[in-house]
Write a protein that binds this ligand. Structure first.
Ligand SMILES: C[S@@+](CC[C@H](N)C(=O)[O-])C[C@H]1O[C@@H](n2cnc3c(N)ncnc32)[C@H](O)[C@@H]1O
Length: 199
């Protein structure tokens, strides 16, 4: 593979990639950030056509987007993340890795207009509303089952609004119910990773 950045070593293993981040962020990796191999597979499924725009819904410290951007240079990866601190870690990681086809945004996904984006990645981002406090990233968010339902409904509506050809990858997702038209086209890791295409 051509390495336009000279920083390919970060993408040779999960541990190499995680070494970019401070220790506290590395400790959260196993539970909260997509493993490098999974991110690569997911991105390659989503990267259907040159120029496609791929959105990570709840992009955390940017791992999926940066791995996707590195292995799929003909697409652009966008991440939206509600926690400012995590966006800052993502931006620093982008500078270190030199991946240019990635844009990080700070904000709430439920307020985002998804019209510009072709395909979507979703690592069970709203699940933190349903788990015990030990399993959360921090205490910065108002957690409740109501917020889980609110976020899940917004995602359903967003995916429902997209045209045929839209691809979605879910990882560890509870979203058994995709909007009408989405067909399972790919699965891996005992169905933990699923790729959907709207027909
Ligand atoms: C499981 S982590 C996944 C991070 C990243 N996608 C990855 O795979 O490495 C989910 C992230 O979604 C974020 N999140 C949850 N609800 C959100 C919302 N409504 N808008 C934006 N970000 C959200 C959380 O703050 C958390 O960082």
């Amino acid at each position: 593979m051509i390495d336009p950045t000279g920083e390919a070593h970060y993408f040779s293993s999960n541990a190499d990639f995680d070494s970019i981040y401070p220790e506290r962020i590395q400790r959260l990796s196993k539970r909260h950030w997509t493993p490098l191999g999974v991110a690569k597979k997911a991105a390659q499924f989503l990267a259907a056509n040159p120029g496609d725009k791929i959105l990570d819904i709840g992009s955390g410290v940017g791992k999926f987007c940066l791995v996707g951007g590195f292995f799929c240079p003909q697409q652009h990866f966008y991440g939206i993340e509600q926690r400012q601190e995590l966006v800052e870690h993502a931006t620093t990681a982008q500078l270190l890795t030199g991946v240019t086809n990635v844009t990080f945004m700070h904000g709430d996904f439920t307020r985002l207009d998804v019209t510009p984006y072709n395909h979507f990645y979703f690592y069970n981002s709203f699940y933190e509303h349903l788990v015990e406090s030990d399993d959360r990233i921090d205490d910065e968010v108002d957690y409740s089952e109501g917020m889980y339902n609110y976020n899940a409904h917004a995602l359903y509506q967003a995916l429902h609004s997209k045209p045929p050809g839209t691809r979605v990858v879910t990882f560890h997702s509870l979203l058994d119910e995709m909007p009408p038209g989405y067909q399972l086209a790919y699965s891996s890791l005992g169905m933990l990773l699923k790729g959907w295409i709207k027909v």
